[in-house]
Design a protein around this ligand. Structure first.
Ligand code: OSB
Ligand code: MG
Length: 386
């Protein structure tokens, strides 16, 4: 390994004298899920998708705010993001021309928290910047992979046989890793059954903070199943207990909810709270922080992978670009559009090849067409900031 500072060169792409953003548009659209998605914090049947569109220089850049309707995965919601973008972040971006991602990030940095809201704006800005540079998003951020490996996240099912049927289905479709959502009462036995039937697959579990350190002995039983990782077993703000758990478990802990910034990532690695990191642009506040965490992990030889938030095609396209960076060595939660939605809002839809990879598009910006007419028809709420 080389020294960490020189490893990667996400060349700071600047456009002198800067882009004057003309308008930030928010649209909320509801997309029904093909089947309900259940985690340790609840079940949803549809996604209220929060789209951000930035207009400048005759172009439109698209981003997505991944917040849910309820503050369960994080404190942010569709409602808080709407408020914060409309009243603070959006107006701040319209005050002066912005020449680079760095300048945009600096402009948003004074506002505390609300990472998903910030990320939605960063994503839209980066799509715009990539188009202005006549480059793909992947190329703009220094992505090297032409195909990214993907896995699937399987929600809690009404019974084991339904789960086994889903596992079979996604393995047949080529997905390279199966992740099972777990919670107390849906864990050891379930993992045991899946592992028994599929002794050699890449298998992981995600608890979404459903346990506490008092469950340590119970969680240690997961060590019997050769899991790739256990994702976020404990509370989001408890790096110390994660470190205590990692110390006594063979299975690598991967942190999701806990890693909200480069600083938290450094702290988690320093404490040995985890040995794998899941990067989500939304959770960390956008590309600039995501790239920094990626570079940190490469320097420390910590594998990273791209998490998902049941995004529409727009968020999904950004995830594909992110996952094309070379530190993303484990399969991401990047499913085909058809895994979640009857019809996506981009064309072509995201598809998973039989070898369990998704192609990184090389067209300008997102590399997919945004189906603006369809979005228009679905729009429930529209807010314009100018
Ligand atoms: O914890 O990774 C998670 C979905 C919503 C909120 C949190 C998570 C998830 C998933 C789904 O696991 C990943 C996907 O988008 O396919
Ligand atoms: Mg997770």
């Amino acid at each position: 390994m080389q020294g960490s500072s020189k490893i990667l060169d996400h060349q700071p792409k600047t456009l002198a004298p800067g882009i004057k953003l003309e308008r930030v548009q928010i649209r909320l659209i509801r997309l029904p899920l093909i089947e309900p998605f259940e985690t340790s914090f609840g079940k949803i049947d549809s996604r209220l998708i929060f789209l951000v569109c930035i207009e400048a220089e005759g172009l439109r850049g698209w981003g997505e705010v991944v917040a849910a309707e309820e503050p369960l995965y994080s404190y942010e919601t569709v409602g808080t993001a709407l408020h914060v973008i409309r009243d603070f972040l959006g107006p701040a971006l319209l005050t002066r021309p912005l020449a680079s991602l760095d300048e945009l990030a600096k402009c948003l940095a004074p506002f505390r928290g609300h990472n998903m809201a910030k990320a939605g704006l960063e994503l839209a800005f980066m799509d715009l910047l990539a188009q202005l540079h006549e480059q793909s998003l992947s190329a703009l951020i220094g992505g090297e992979l032409k195909r990214v490996a993907v896995g699937v996240s399987l929600g809690i099912q009404p019974n084991i046989s339904r789960l086994l049927e889903r596992v079979e289905r996604y393995l047949r479709l080529g997905y390279q890793r199966i992740k099972l959502k777990i919670k107390p009462g849906w864990d050891i036995d379930v993992v045991d059954e899946v592992r028994r039937k599929y002794p050699d697959i890449l298998l992981s579990v995600d608890a979404n903070s459903a346990y506490t350190i008092d469950d340590r002995e119970h969680l240690q039983r997961l060590d019997d199943f050769k899991l790739l990782m256990i994702e976020q077993p404990l509370q989001n703000d408890d790096l110390m207990d994660h470190a205590r758990l990692q110390e006594i478990m063979k299975t690598r802990i991967c942190l999701d909810e806990s890693i909200v910034s480069l600083r938290q990532a450094k702290l988690a690695l320093e404490l040995d709270s985890c040995r794998i990191i899941n990067i989500k642009v939304g959770r960390v506040g956008g590309y600039s922080e995501a790239l920094a965490i990626h570079d940190l992990c490469i320097g420390r030889e910590i594998p990273v992978w791209c998490g998902g938030m049941l995004e529409s095609g727009i968020g999904r396209a950004h995830n594909i670009a992110l996952a094309s960076l070379r530190g993303f060595t484990l399969p991401g939660d990047i499913s085909a559009s058809s895994r979640y939605f009857e019809r996506d809002i981009i064309t072509p839809e995201v598809t998973v090849h039989a070898d369990g990879t998704v192609a990184v598009p090389d067209g300008k910006g997102l590399g997919f067409e945004v189906d603006v007419d369809y979005i228009e028809r679905l729009t429930e709420t529209r807010v314009s900031i100018e």
